[in-house]
Design a binder for this molecule. Structure first.
Ligand SMILES: [Zn+2]
Ligand SMILES: [Zn+2]
Length: 149
């Protein structure tokens, strides 16, 4: 569910990369495009599979730069292969279902009503700690249907 179009993403990417003295190169644009097309967080191998003229070493390097620029986020799981997706200000706010045995990650959205209730509860906790919240993460860890069978 993309809330902003490709032209806006290109503008955002250009300015966020410029702010860390990096350019929006052709390969970086390709990687952003692949992540935009993907319906869930994907691994470096899946990025390589969707574009055969990208070299593995350049994908590694470019993902690190895109991450540094705040355009791409890496989802931490307990398996070996990191998954990447576009940052929430590009994609939208969502949560993850992470299968521990197979490493599959799916996105899910909570209703606006539940998000609001969650925000309010979290705000109370933050207040107790004198903490100011930028955003929250909530991922479900467990076993998917395929791995349970
Ligand atoms: Zn996600
Ligand atoms: Zn949320």
């Amino acid at each position: 569910m993309n809330t902003i179009n490709r032209m806006d993403i290109d503008q955002l990417a250009t300015s966020q990369l410029n702010s860390i003295n990096q350019r929006y190169t052709t390969n970086r644009r390709k990687i952003i495009g692949i992540l935009q097309e993907a319906t869930k967080p994907i691994t470096i191998n899946q990025i390589l599979e969707s574009n055969s003229d990208l070299a593995q070493s350049s994908v590694y390097r470019n993902l690190a730069v895109l991450e540094q620029a705040g355009l791409v986020v890496r989802i931490i799981t307990n398996e070996d292969h990191a998954h990447y997706e576009l940052a929430e200000h590009i994609l939208d706010h969502h949560h993850h279902i992470i299968c521990s045995p197979c490493g599959e990650i799916l996105d899910f959205h909570l209703s606006a009503k539940i998000e609001k209730a969650l925000e309010e509860s979290l705000q109370k906790i933050a207040d107790e700690f004198g903490f100011s919240i930028d955003r929250h993460r909530l991922d479900l860890l467990g076993t998917c249907g395929d791995c349970t069978e």
